[in-house]
Each structure stands twice: as structure tokens, then as C-alpha cells.
Design a binder for this molecule. Sequence first.
Ligand SMILES: O=c1ccn([C@@H]2O[C@H](COP(=O)(O)O)[C@@H](O)[C@H]2O)c(=O)[nH]1
Length: 272
Amino acid sequence: MTFLQKLSSAWTTNNSLLCVGLDPDVKKFPAELADQPDAIYAFCKAIVDATADLACSFKPQIAYFAALRAEDQLEAICRYIKTTYPTIPIILDAKRGDIGATAEQYAREAFERYDADAVTVNPYMGFDSVAPYLEWKDRGAVVLCRTSNAGGSDLQFLDVGGKPLYQHVAQLVADKWNTNGQCSLVVGATFPNEIAQVRALIGDMPLLIPGVGAQGGDVESTVRAGRTASGIGMMINSSRAILYAKPNSDETYAQAARRVALETRDAINQFR
Ligand SMILES: O=c1ccn([C@@H]2O[C@H](COP(=O)(O)O)[C@@H](O)[C@H]2O)c(=O)[nH]1
């Protein structure tokens, strides 16, 4: 199965456009995990088990693991998802970008070491820096386009031949880079007008949309701007709002995460 086939199947099976982000910040972990040696893995596993039937994808953010020398726990959680929930795609959020020879190694890291279904990549160095990921024909490359942070406008809004750079990236990926249907684009939920502009340029290509939840992006305007004619086409990511949801008195942290994931999935589905 290719990344796109797997994603399409998860959209349908779980009736979900929600991507659950795995950004494990040990400072925010519940006290019960404090002395556990593999606390990052245990935390992520509990979140994955609590949300797998509500998600169209999981997005581990590599920085949270690498900063603590916990790549072994990232490997373990990817392996766990692959084994236990093989129908849910993993998008490794690593935002890689380098010359071709180095990109080949980054691609091996994402697709061999972590066995991710897709990886986020930076288009700034051009096609030869993205091509090595596309050599993995059943995997995906999720290209940064209009990121959710305010500073994204510094470069992504520069005028390039009469249109902003982010639109040029969207057009380039859709017309020239996506020859095998492996590409998707990152567009932030904090900029729904730009999501609509991108959707108009790229047909049904999937969008990874971070920025709802902790970053305050509006779910309704995001979905209305990014949906395809058949009401799919998006992986709407929420990380901190789900991972660190405040438990009610009778809830565990995983149950609280499930409650917020369910609310987010259903809020998204209202507007598809
Ligand atoms: O433009 C972008 C690209 C990636 N991200 C990543 O998504 C999550 C968002 O986390 P929240 O806690 O839901 O804000 C995080 O891993 C970012 O690195 C993004 O926010 N914006």
C-alpha cells in the first residue's frame, strides 16, 4: 500500500481527518511516569492506544525525542504503531532539507530506521533535495508550504513573479514534483485564507494542517478552506491540546487525551 492509499483508507475507516501529534514533553508528563526509564515511549503508547480509532495519522515530532537522546523510544513507538495499528500512517515530522547525497541518508533514517510512511521536508534547496525521498515509491514527502507560525510570512509571502512564494511552492509541487502521487503540503490552520488559495492550486493533493488546538487555529474555517469536493484531503494535526488535556476528576491522562481527540475529530467532521 502507498502512503496515499493508506491515508485514504484511514480517512474512511476512522471517519477522521484528525492527525494526532506525538510531541512528548517530559516536563508535562503525569507524575506516575516520573521515574520510569522509558517514560517517553510509555506516554506515547498510552496516547496512541487511546486515540488510534479516532485518528487518520500519527505525527511524531523528532525533536522531542532527539533532544533527550531518546531516538530508541521513537523507534519503539513507530514499531508499536506499525505492529498494532498497521492501517494508520505515521508522518515523521523532521522538516529535512539538504543536498541529495545527505538527503538519501535522511530518507533512510525516516523510511528504514523509523519505517515512517511519510516525512516532512523543506523545499528551500529545490527538487534535488527532495528527490531522494521520492525514490521510496510507497512513501510520502510532505513539503512545507505556508507554515503555521507568524514568522513564516518573512519568506513565504515574498513576491515571486507576481505571486507569493508559498503559492509558487504549491504550484511547483503539484505540477512538477508530484509525478507519482507521493507529495502533500504543510499549510497552517492559523491561515485559512492561504489554505483556500493552496487548495485551489493543487487539486486533491493531501494537506497536513497543524495549528488547531494550542495554536488557536479555527476548525470551521480550516475545514471549509481545505476540504476536497468529497470532504477529505486533510490531516489536521493537534498535538499539545490532546497530549496534555487536563483530566477531569475521574479521568486518567490518556482518557483526557481521548476525550479531546474525540471532540476535535467530531468538530472537524461537522464542517466536511
Ligand atoms: O507549520 C508548521 C509545521 C509543523 N508544525 C508542527 O506541528 C505540531 C503542532 O503542535 P501543537 O501542539 O498542536 O501546536 C508541532 O509538532 C510542530 O512542530 C507546526 O506547528 N507548524
